[in-house]
Design a protein around this ligand. Sequence first.
Ligand SMILES: [Zn+2]
Length: 76
Amino acid sequence: MNCRDVVRHLHEYLDGELPGAKVEQIDAHLHQCEHCQRFLASYRKTIQLFRRTLDHDLSPEASRHLWQILERKLEH
Ligand SMILES: [Zn+2]
């Protein structure tokens, strides 16, 4: 599992939609990869910010949109 794989699955990882084996692989990678730890932290922070701003849970569309923004940011 490399950084791109982690990022690709992070959304489902946070939503608890991944099978246990995949979660373990991501956990193992996160444990030893500072880059992905930072990405995860900024992703969580951004979601919190969005929620505070909107004052309710993100709709699936908004969540997808947010995810696309973050993925694009990571590619730079
Ligand atoms: Zn990584």
